[in-house]
Design a protein around this ligand. Sequence first.
Ligand SMILES: *[C@@H]1O[C@H](CO)[C@@H](O)[C@H](O)[C@H]1NC(C)=O
Ligand SMILES: *[C@@H]1O[C@H](CO)[C@@H](O)[C@H](O)[C@H]1NC(C)=O
Ligand SMILES: *[C@@H]1O[C@H](CO)[C@@H](O)[C@H](O)[C@H]1NC(C)=O
Ligand SMILES: *[C@@H]1O[C@H](CO)[C@@H](O)[C@H](O)[C@H]1NC(C)=O
Ligand SMILES: *[C@@H]1O[C@H](CO)[C@@H](O)[C@H](O)[C@H]1NC(C)=O
Ligand SMILES: *[C@@H]1O[C@H](CO)[C@@H](O)[C@H](O)[C@H]1NC(C)=O
Ligand SMILES: *[C@@H]1O[C@H](CO)[C@@H](O)[C@H](O)[C@H]1NC(C)=O
Ligand SMILES: *[C@@H]1O[C@H](CO)[C@@H](O)[C@H](O)[C@H]1NC(C)=O
Ligand SMILES: *[C@@H]1O[C@H](CO)[C@@H](O)[C@H](O)[C@H]1NC(C)=O
Ligand SMILES: *[C@@H]1O[C@H](CO)[C@@H](O)[C@H](O)[C@H]1NC(C)=O
Ligand SMILES: *[C@@H]1O[C@H](CO)[C@@H](O)[C@H](O)[C@H]1NC(C)=O
Length: 589
Amino acid sequence: MAWAWTLLAVWVSAVASPCFAGDPYAYFDWDVSFITAAPLGVIGINGQFPGPIVNVSTNWNVVVNILNDLDEPLLITWNGIQHRKNSWQDGVLGTNCPIPSGWNWTYEFQVKDQIGSYFYFPSTGFQRAAGGYGGITVNNRDVIAVPFDKPDGDITLFLGDWYNRDYKDLRKALENGKELGMPDGVLMNGKGPYRYNRTLVPAGIAYETIHVHPGKRYRFRVHNVGISTSLNFRIQNHNLQLVETEGSYASQQNYTNLDVHVGQSYSFLVTMDQNASSDYYIVASARFVNQSHWARVTGVAILHYSNSKGKASGPLPDPPNDVYDKTYSMNQARSIRWNLSAGAARPNPQGSFRYGSINVSQVYVLQNKPPVVINGKHRTTLNGISFSPPETPLRLADEYKLKGIYTLDFPTRPLKGAPKVGRSVINGTFRGFMEIIFQNNHTKVQTFHMDGYSFFVVGMDYGEWTEESRGTYNKGDGVARCSTQVFPGAWTAILVSLDNVGIWNLRAQNLDTWYLGQEVYIRVVNPEDTNKTELPRPDNALYCGRLQKFQNEQTPHHRMTSYATVSCRAFELVMFMMMMLLVSVATLP
Ligand SMILES: *[C@@H]1O[C@H](CO)[C@@H](O)[C@H](O)[C@H]1NC(C)=O
Ligand SMILES: *[C@@H]1O[C@H](CO)[C@@H](O)[C@H](O)[C@H]1NC(C)=O
Ligand SMILES: *[C@@H]1O[C@H](CO)[C@@H](O)[C@H](O)[C@H]1NC(C)=O
Ligand SMILES: *[C@@H]1O[C@H](CO)[C@@H](O)[C@H](O)[C@H]1NC(C)=O
Ligand SMILES: *[C@@H]1O[C@H](CO)[C@@H](O)[C@H](O)[C@H]1NC(C)=O
Ligand SMILES: *[C@@H]1O[C@H](CO)[C@@H](O)[C@H](O)[C@H]1NC(C)=O
Ligand SMILES: *[C@@H]1O[C@H](CO)[C@@H](O)[C@H](O)[C@H]1NC(C)=O
Ligand SMILES: *[C@@H]1O[C@H](CO)[C@@H](O)[C@H](O)[C@H]1NC(C)=O
Ligand SMILES: *[C@@H]1O[C@H](CO)[C@@H](O)[C@H](O)[C@H]1NC(C)=O
Ligand SMILES: *[C@@H]1O[C@H](CO)[C@@H](O)[C@H](O)[C@H]1NC(C)=O
Ligand SMILES: *[C@@H]1O[C@H](CO)[C@@H](O)[C@H](O)[C@H]1NC(C)=O
């Protein structure tokens, strides 16, 4: 009998720390294909739209084998995952060759030193406009307390504008200099609006229902995965208690509504404290547009209490009334603060990283403008340069010492003179501290995102940024995140510690402006000759462009028939149950 208990003890300690030598692994097998999610034609994953949620904890290893069942190349990027030392897995054209149609490729990365709510999506060819996205949830390790009581449920909500036109038509329209115009609607978890108004919403549309119990508290993870529409999110009669912004615990505050810009993610705690006299509306409505003209472009889902006495009815909860207050949304953004005393991925409090006292070593002012015509093509620019997607990934080009793929001369200020197409990259200093000011000279809100990092949002205001603007920076509790909005005619300043070696994409999250060239890469190289600060090129790296000759052909696969998802935890559970069985057998009289 003693041997059995010893075995059990050994097993438990193995579970408590790692799974197989080191941190646990979670495995996924995904078939990415066109599916019909009635009535929409979309990109689904294993037949699902939105795709499955990658639910892991800090430091876990994630292995995702992706079969490209589309009719064109595919890359999946892991928005907000920092890929420490490992830009090889970032899934953008600067670091990875696209997976050819019919091939599979396996991503393997660790969610090192991170917690929070993120999402993945296809990063090329405007494919995100057709779906292909899903959630990534990185839970705290058990040893680090979450700064609020465990919620009674965890709900992921994808919001996004939607066009019924095929994404290939949409990208062609953009290339031809056409605006996409008003979207056909706003989807919530891939579904259309509840019929809250018989004139505005036709009959027979499938809508999302969130089932809840009275008195319970839920964590809503809300992502704007749309193309270009900023959305105001609100739940009728319920407070949104903001707790997380893309991997940072925020200072908890209640909002009745919050603007979620394209590519941004937030977690809210919502207490079911209403008397369930009816169901309640969950709303995502377009912002900074003519509300009455855009009324039909409103996402509406239903919050259904288990003791609800009837359907939701009446008008939707009001959007912010800020026609004459253009700082409303900006003030709301400024009110989001970092909880300095909360621990997150590491046990020490978030505020122990005193970003406000670090000296800045590099400053970039990045100005975006509305589309322009360059050499007869419609393009968007940053600092007057429109990024031309590389045929050979920049990171691979470095590995093979190829010249002429890109230039390391991105200007620190907007270029004067005619805009141009180029492949100019920011030379980031390893372990430096960079200040980036996004200056939005467009007439629409833009969101800017940086791969590989989390940055501090320290200031935003209308007008031109000047050196004096630094006086207004929040040097204490600006929130750390990976996507920030920049209002039209305004600037947003961020600070970022360049401690992650690799080549990292910095882009507009708005799909239309990104597609036309509004992106750049930041190259961060350790001048020391060491293999400690970056992982080696993965054995399965794909080759393309000037390195095509290294690529072995893959026989195109057929559509997979089963979608096995084996996780270390599931394996542990089976092992544990077997062990308990052994123990009980051994302890029988
Ligand atoms: C995600 O994982 C956490 C921790 O393992 C677990 O508590 C939670 O129930 C999971 N959530 C979902 C939606 O599977
Ligand atoms: C493709 O999938 C097969 C079977 O799962 C796997 O053995 C192989 O390593 C995968 N190829 C790549 C390049 O990931
Ligand atoms: C439905 O929407 C139309 C158009 O905005 C509006 O005129 C009408 O009053 C709405 N109906 C109800 C019942 O709210
Ligand atoms: C926020 O809202 C919740 C639920 O409505 C409430 O319990 C809590 O007291 C509010 N917090 C603050 C700071 O107002
Ligand atoms: C509770 O429900 C009744 C109808 O059943 C409604 O008249 C009343 O306003 C509700 N009270 C609150 C606080 O929502
Ligand atoms: C807003 O849209 C409505 C309906 O299309 C239109 O009648 C109105 O003139 C517009 N308002 C402004 C300020 O453009
Ligand atoms: C900040 O985090 C601490 C946990 O360290 C928590 O107790 C506190 O309620 C949080 N404060 C706010 C304002 O979110
Ligand atoms: C920052 O720069 C100032 C002035 O150059 C210098 O005195 C200070 O020591 C520096 N601080 C750090 C943390 O390097
Ligand atoms: C890039 O920056 C490093 C310092 O971080 C410098 O040594 C190098 O010369 C720069 N390269 C170019 C091409 O400017
Ligand atoms: C764009 O920049 C020009 C020149 O600085 C300025 O006059 C104009 O107001 C700006 N437009 C916006 C929308 O910021
Ligand atoms: C790193 O380099 C050292 C010495 O050159 C070598 O022994 C080691 O195997 C390398 N590690 C990796 C992960 O490549």
